[in-house]
Design a protein around this ligand. Structure first.
Ligand code: G4P
Length: 530
């Protein structure tokens, strides 16, 4: 039995975060470098390793390999300077906003990774807005400074203008590209000069100097040195200082500069990030009360389900974020939806194909529970009384398709795949009045992934036929009579009525014509089945 002091101390050490980035900004590279510095201790799910095939690569999803994108979300854990970091891997593809949204529900903070030459890109904006909606503090890391980058002031200005958040530099770059010489740490008032080494040394060597060190001047061309010193004057005079409360309340984003591929700036970043990233905080409950991580008993929620993690095991895993208290292997918890006690006796962590069993975990951590079909997305587990969380987000799909089995001998596998992948949230499945099924998603890639996984993991070849509907809204039973034959009525997996519309224009007109009609973007709580 863990003591309350031990639980408190362990929670205090936790930092749970996600990296948000436009594809190619260097998320995989940064993740790997964080692991190198931290020494990965646990990896739930997987991280897409570099193309040279390091051990972190998990090969259970061939589509990821082919496309070179990260489709599934996962969490990995590493320890650095006595802090335990839980890094949630958000998919970088824009089609996966639902999955990404769910992952960000499990994070306390986000690192927004920008490419120094590209600045704020479309996917960065979308992901940033999800963080803002969820009040997640965002730290900015401007990467690839070893390549010619845009002027740092211009980059800060873009962050402020496009994302409407004040950018406060913590590190200030000394040049970029071939002339990238290091960074000045504004808080520590020290220069860290960058030494390029051949062959990617494990830790980037650097030298610490004061601003008045004469060597500094000799390291740079005169005009670069002058620009750097003038820039620093401007930073100190014109930009606001870092304030923790402004960061935690999402008014400012602290900004770091570095180069993940050469490991430069990672250690400095980790040191600052460790100090500023929020610890697991109080959780707001549906009734307005809050749950304190260190004071309440064990409570957790399922934010991700994943089938067929391992081709050999063919099992399903429910990823759980612990909100409060501690988990101990073999403990019992109440599964709120079923009002049933479940024994949590097979918690696992993954490292590629390797599995390890977890004996204990604390608020902030993510654990994988083998899921023989017991858990659903949004499920709440608690050792004490029920924990009423706000409703788990489900989005109205914007794309619809029929999925046709191509091998009638594989119908059983087809149905099983349909059910399990829908439970995972890969797509949503709706039943139509004629008894057929339609799948819905927010992006085309979700359909492709669904179709491929159905074939590869369940052996059920299939064909996708897209339907000409553009948006959807949940509604009330009593309002069903008000829709016309243009609109398609369906029921979601919980039996709730939903309507598909041919176009956004049609939906807008309907809203204008019948303002009292109930149209919901998310299934409303009152309609939630138990
Ligand atoms: P992603 O997960 O965000 O999509 O990006 P990823 O880490 O795969 O990086 C995309 C490309 O950018 C990779 O190059 C990677 O090496 C490069 N990169 C990442 N960080 C840095 C950096 O700090 N500086 C420089 N110069 N490049 C960086 P690639 O050519 O696509 O692949 P690879 O053959 O190098 O692995």
């Amino acid at each position: 039995m863990l003591s309350s002091e031990k639980i408190k101390a362990e929670i205090e050490r936790r930092r749970s975060f996600a990296i948000i980035a436009h594809p190619d900004a260097g998320k995989t590279t940064l993740t790997e470098k964080l692991l190198l510095y931290g020494g990965a201790i646990q990896l739930a799910g997987h991280v897409r390793a570099r193309r040279d095939g390091k051990t972190t690569r998990s090969d259970w999803m061939t589509i990821e390999k082919e496309r070179g994108i990260s489709i599934s979300t996962a969490a990995l854990q590493f320890e650095y300077n006595n802090c335990v970091f839980n890094l949630l891997d958000t998919p970088g593809h824009q089609d996966f906003s639902e999955d990404t949204y769910r992952t960000l529900l499990a994070a306390d903070c986000a690192v927004m990774l920008l490419d120094g030459a590209r600045g704020v890109e479309p996917q960065t904006i979308k992901l940033f807005h999800v963080c803002r909606e969820r009040n997640i503090p965002v730290v900015t890391f401007i990467n690839k400074m070893d390549r010619p980058a845009r002027d740092p002031f211009e980059l800060l200005d873009e962050v402020e203008k496009v994302l409407a958040i004040t950018a406060v530099p913590i590190l200030w770059p000394m040049g970029s590209g071939q002339d990238f010489k290091g960074v000045y740490d504004i808080l520590a008032k020290q220069v860290y000069s960058f030494e390029r080494v051949q062959g990617g040394a494990f830790k980037a060597p650097f030298h610490v100097k004061g601003l008045d060190d004469p060597e500094l001047k000799s390291m740079m061309y005169t005009e670069d040195y002058d620009r750097f010193m003038e820039g620093l004057d401007l930073v100190r005079e014109a930009l606001p200082p870092f304030e923790e409360s402004a960061f935690l309340s999402c008014q400012i984003t602290p900004v770091f500069f570095g180069s993940a591929v050469t490991n430069f700036g990672i250690e400095l970043f980790l040191n600052h990030f460790m100090a500023m990233a929020p610890r697991p905080g109080p959780v707001r409950l549906a009734d307005g009360k809050s749950l304190s991580p260190a004071e309440a008993g064990f409570a957790a929620f399922v934010f991700k389900l994943q089938a067929n993690m391992n081709q050999k095991h063919r099992d399903r895993v429910a990823f759980v974020r612990i909100l409060s208290g501690a988990f101990e292997r073999g403990m019992n918890a109440n599964l709120a939806r079923l009002q049933k006690s479940v024994r949590l006796n097979s918690p696992v962590a993954f490292f590629g194909q390797e599995r390890t069993t977890i004996d204990e975990a604390f608020a902030g951590d993510i654990i994988g529970l083998i899921n023989p079909g017991t858990y659903k997305l949004g499920d709440i587990l608690s050792s004490g009384p029920d924990v009423g969380l706000p409703p788990f987000p489900i989005f109205a799909p914007e794309m619809f398709a029929r999925i046709i089995p191509l091998d009638t001998g594989k119908l059983k596998a087809f149905r099983k795949g349909l059910t399990e992948l829908a439970e995972e949230g890969v797509v949503q499945v709706f039943s139509m009045a004629d008894g057929s099924s339609v799948i819905g998603a927010v992006g085309q890639l979700q359909f492709e992934v669904f179709s491929r996984r159905l074939e590869e993991e369940y052996g059920a070849p299939n064909r996708i036929e897209t339907l000409a509907y553009e948006c959807s809204r949940w509604t009330r039973e009593e309002d069903l009579q008000h829709f016309s034959s243009y609109d398609l009525l369906a029921r979601d997996a919980e039996g709730r009525p939903i309507v598909f519309f041919k176009s956004q224009y049609r939906l807008n007109n309907l809203i204008k014509e019948k303002p009292n009609l109930a149209l919901f973007e998310h299934p409303p709580i009152s309609m939630k089945s138990t």
